[in-house]
Write a protein that binds this ligand. Structure first.
Ligand code: UT7
Length: 319
């Protein structure tokens, strides 16, 4: 029996021009290139210019995804933007993208699930596509985390960066788990018991994080959700062609891969160049993999992420 699925048509990205290296940060706080690389794998991050907004970055990434698809703006039925750093409380970044591109007047809204936001957005778009409401979505992760950083706090300011990544997701027909293209399954979770482990302080507006606790939870929850996802469609870790995880810390990626018995050459790593860009990190990593011609149509790819909340999520699809 053939069923409607959603598949990735194209990707796009945008990274601000300003590259800040670890050596630049050595001049601002008591840190070192070696400490940052050893503990996180990060070498550099992109930081938005003053006045450059999350919408500006989302629009640029969306335009590139559209260009790479050969589609026209009127072919796009809706926009979902995952972000924790919208320009304004409302209206959403998504309506700014919709307006800038002149897409159809379908659903356009933001999703707030911190670093898991892109996978939440992808899963939501997939559900709306499968229900027949929308044929094609622009799904974007866009963040200006530099606006949440205390540049005197070495525990957080070295970790994050700005940027945006976009995909066009469209309806396709598919059967079974091994045939065709498209999303096979997605899994979304949250546990608000952990709200105070990783949050933006309402008074200062700065990010606060209990790094070690987040690290432990991330490694555990990522291994568990990967197992849960694969079991739900009777596949195993050896079936995965590419793991495209949220890019917070290369040590988390290595620990997750180790637990799954996956070699690191199946894991897409971009945290070294981008830092942690929260909801933008997965679509940026995906775009990097596509640009480097790593992915082949039909490859099984697994997205997974953990973010403040905690929220955690996965999506398994044939590219
Ligand atoms: O995206 C959402 C999910 N976020 C994450 O997954 C992040 C998870 N956590 C992490 O990635 C890691 O916990 C961090 C990278 C944040 C921190 O690494 P760590 O190995 O857990 O370091 P730590 O917090 O245990 O700190 C070790 C030492 C401390 O010094 P003392 O107390 O041992 O003397 C820190 O004060 O390193 C010190 N330190 C630094 N030193 C140089 C903390 N930040 C820095 C720094 N440069 N930037």
């Amino acid at each position: 029996m053939s069923i409607t699925r959603s598949r990735i048509v194209s990707t796009g990205h945008y990274l601000p021009e300003n590259v800040v290296t670890n050596y630049d940060l050595e001049k601002r706080v008591e840190t070192s290139h070696d400490w940052i690389v050893q503990r996180t794998g990060i070498h550099q991050r992109h930081i938005a210019a003053d006045g450059q907004t999350t919408s500006d970055m989302a629009i640029k990434a969306a335009k590139q995804a559209l260009e790479n698809s050969g589609l026209k703006p009127e072919d796009i039925g809706g926009v979902i933007v995952a972000t924790a750093t919208a320009d304004r409380a409302f209206p959403s970044v998504a309506v700014a993208v919709q307006h800038a591109l002149g897409t159809q007047f379908g659903p356009s809204f933001d999703v707030s699930a911190a670093c898991s936001g892109f996978v939440y957005a992808l899963s939501t778009a997939d559900a709306l596509i499968r229900s027949g409401q929308v044929k094609r979505f622009l799904v974007i992760g866009a963040e200006k985390f530099s606006s949440l950083l205390n540049w005197e706090d070495r525990r957080t300011c070295v970790l994050f960066g700005d940027g945006a990544g976009a995909v066009i997701l469209e309806a396709c027909e598919g059967t079974g788990t091994n045939a065709d293209q498209g999303m096979l399954t997605s899994h979304l979770h949250a546990n608000g018991q952990y709200q105070d482990m990783l949050y933006v302080d309402a008074q200062s507006g700065f990010i606060n994080m209990d790094g070690q606790e987040v690290f432990k939870f991330a490694v555990n929850s990522m291994s568990k959700i990967v197992a849960e996802t694969l079991e739900s469609v009777n596949l195993s870790p050896s079936d995965i062609d590419w793991l495209i995880p949220h890019q917070a810390n290369v040590r988390i990626l290595e620990a997750t891969a180790r637990r799954l018995g996956m070699p690191m050459d199946k894991v897409i790593v971009s945290v070294n160049k981008h830092g942690n860009t929260s909801a933008a990190s997965i679509p940026l990593a995906l775009h990097t993999a596509v640009s480097e011609n790593k992915l082949t149509r039909g490859d099984l790819i697994l997205f997974e992420a953990l973010g403040g909340g905690f929220t955690w999520a996965s999506a398994l699809m044939r590219y």
